[in-house]
Design a protein around this ligand. Structure first.
Ligand SMILES: [Fe+2]
Ligand SMILES: [Fe+2]
Length: 161
């Protein structure tokens, strides 16, 4: 996570929500979808290379799927409640969102592990640096998004009294 991950987000609730929807959710959808095909291609081309990364495409697909499911939940359940100022029983969806965030963090850790923290193998041809260069921001951006939501958005949600 970047040190300033939570310092740079808007403080006003409506602007904060717009930030998540535009700068985080739409960006993750486009970014994750575009990373899977090149990872599949590189893994296929280097299928017989013992130094080659195995499982990156699958891990990226897993992250894309679990984040999509999660972002839809936020968009359909949490964000309407937050825009209306809170609601009774909101503790349960908040707890679910935090568990989802922990799952994303696990998958991001897996991606870092599978790729040696996105370090191309010594024997790599040009396709590896290109793939990893394109993927370099991928673990940090969801990690920042998770930190911003946990520390700013979810901590702001309170049940109605
Ligand atoms: Fe989100
Ligand atoms: Fe989230």
């Amino acid at each position: 996570m970047h040190d300033n991950a939570t310092a740079s987000v808007p403080q006003e609730t409506g602007a904060l929500i717009d930030h998540f929807l535009t700068n985080c959710h739409e960006m993750h959808r486009a970014d994750l979808a575009s990373r899977v095909p090149p990872a599949e291609r590189v893994e296929q081309v280097h299928a017989d290379d013992p130094d080659a990364t195995k499982g990156l495409a699958r891990a990226l697909t897993r992250l894309a799927r679990e984040m999509e499911d999660h972002m839809v939940k936020e968009e359909m359940i949490l964000i309407p409640v937050l825009r209306s100022g809170g609601g009774a029983g909101i503790e349960h969806p908040i707890a679910v969102m935090r568990v989802d965030h922990d799952d994303h963090a696990e998958t991001i850790t897996l991606i870092r592990k599978l790729t040696g923290d996105l370090t191309p193998p010594e024997t790599a041809c040009g396709s590896w640096p290109s793939l990893y260069g394109g993927t370099a921001t991928l673990p940090d951006e969801p990690a920042d998004h998770i930190a911003q939501e946990n520390n700013v958005l979810l901590s702001r949600l309170k049940p109605a009294r």
